[in-house]
Design a protein around this ligand. Structure first.
Ligand code: ADP
Ligand code: ASP
Ligand code: MG
Length: 434
């Protein structure tokens, strides 16, 4: 008998009919002789709708209240799902994150798990019942309800799988697995059979929201095998594990291990991200300490910065421009903090640009293959797309473009690296892509 943790995303439980459909899958897994723990997201776009609603009340809602509001979405789906499973003659009980023992720090909106003590979940499973857990939420040491950041139900699922020592963590979504690009933008994207934690981390960090970044970090730390698949089909999805193939034996001779790794592709995929904006600090004195001071102020505003570019200073003025990207949501506070210190920082003006898009080419095989950047830049040139910023890591190259050119850029890069599938279009079963 296996212990299976299954997570169903919002698009898999968007209405009563879908909840009943998912309940059937869960009941069948249980009847097949498995112990089953289910993590569920809020129905459809509920979380976005609740955020919109709060925005109609006040532009800057208190984070604690926002967390209480947002966690209500998962309470609706967990209870309805428990009802639907019970209706099928299988005993099921739902639990909030707090009841399930998901302990977090007190950083509302992006709380981190500090402990997982799933006693009640274990008890429920031992009684032969299905435990349903509300995703995306936990409780702080001061007993306040917290949320784990967008896409956080994936993290709940992986954390419970680790805490319960489950055999597998299945992430059910609205596409057949992890693809070489978002199938909503690139219909010719190819499903990836296996991907390593390392590559999945880069894809998730670069915007591939099919798996939340924190969930991948957690899976890697606790070595939880994750199977990303569709709740609308029975197709095998993508296995996210430590290696590309299970043939790797750590005790085997190095040459043999290398051979297995050689099957790994050079490129895993192309990710994109529309959630960032660009701030340019214009006319800053080009002298030691300037960047340090600017980024101290930016950090003090709580912004999570991504790319940074500093131009060569103009010889006759000794002034330079520094640009950086950050999440849209962090921009108002960061602009205000910089403006407040304009005199001390000595810059001329600030420019704000929220019409940017970022694409990232990811692949562990890149580090040993020269010419990847040249091919990427060449493909963008041929598509007539201008590059505004570039950043690289050992296994990733990211570029910023105009937002309205992003989809074309992703498709051009996907084709240039021979990632297009020969056998038909990728299926997107549901969801709004929001
Ligand atoms: P869920 O509601 O199940 O949590 P999400 O919307 O969070 O689903 O994630 C699934 C979506 O992720 C897909 O519908 C797809 O549009 C998007 N996506 C982005 N990049 C990828 C990728 N590389 N592979 C698969 N899906 C991707
Ligand atoms: N409902 C939350 C969100 O939309 C968590 C999740 O779906 O994973 O971000
Ligand atoms: Mg998700």
């Amino acid at each position: 008998m296996a212990l299976v943790v299954q997570k169903y995303g919002g698009s898999s439980v968007s209405d009563a009919h879908s909840i009943k459909r998912v309940a059937k899958r869960i009941a069948a897994t249980k009847r097949a002789g498995n112990d089953v723990v289910v993590v569920v997201s809020a129905m459809g776009d509920t979380t976005d709708e609740l955020l919109d609603l709060a925005g109609q009340i006040t532009p800057l809602p208190p984070q604690r209240e926002l967390d209480i509001l947002l966690t209500s979405g998962e309470r609706i789906s967990m209870s309805l799902l428990a009802m639907a499973i019970t209706n099928l003659g299988v005993k099921a009980k739902s639990f909030t994150g707090q009841q399930a023992g998901l302990m977090t720090d007190a950083v509302h909106g992006r709380a981190r798990l500090v402990d997982v003590v799933p006693h009640r979940i274990r008890e429920t499973v031992e009684k032969g019942q299905v435990a349903i857990v509300a995703g995306f939420q936990g409780v702080s040491s001061t007993n306040d309800v917290t949320t784990l950041g967008r896409g956080g139900s994936d993290t709940t699922a992986v954390a419970l799988a680790a805490g319960l020592d489950a055999d597998v963590c299945e992430i059910y979504t609205d596409v057949d697995g992890v693809f070489t690009a978002d199938p909503r933008i690139v219909p010719s994207a190819r499903k990836i059979d296996r991907v390593t934690y390392e590559e999945m981390l880069e894809l998730a960090a670069s915007g591939a929201k099919v798996l939340a970044l924190r969930a991948v970090e957690y899976a890697r730390r606790y070595d939880v095998p994750v199977h990303v698949r569709s709740s609308f089909s029975n197709t095998t999805g993508t296995l996210v594990t430590g290696t590309h193939g299970d043939a790797i034996d750590p005790n085997a001779p190095a040459a043999e291990q290398e051979e297995t790794q050689m099957e790994a592709p050079i490129i895993s995929g192309v990710a994109h991200d529309r959630s960032e904006a660009k701030i340019t600090v214009v006319g800053v004195p080009d002298k030691p300490g300037t960047a340090a001071r600017i980024f101290e102020v930016v950090a003090g505003a709580g912004a999570n910065i991504d790319m940074i570019v500093q131009n060569v200073s103009a010889a006759h003025t000794g002034l330079t421009d520094i640009s950086f990207t950050l999440p849209h949501a962090d921009s108002p506070g960061t602009l205000a903090a910089l403006n407040a210190l304009q005199e001390e920082l000595g810059f001329a003006s600030l420019q704000y640009d929220d019409q940017i898009g970022k694409l990232s080419l990811v692949g562990a095989g890149m580090k040993s293959h020269p010419g990847v950047s040249a091919r990427l830049f060449g493909a963008l040139r041929d598509a007539g797309i201008n590059i505004e910023m570039i950043s690289t890591s050992e296994i990733r190259i990211s570029v910023v473009t105009r937002e309205d050119a992003l989809d074309d850029a992703v498709r051009a890069i996907h084709t240039a690296f021979d990632l297009d599938s020969a056998d038909g279009e990728a299926v997107v079963y549901a969801g709004t892509g929001r």
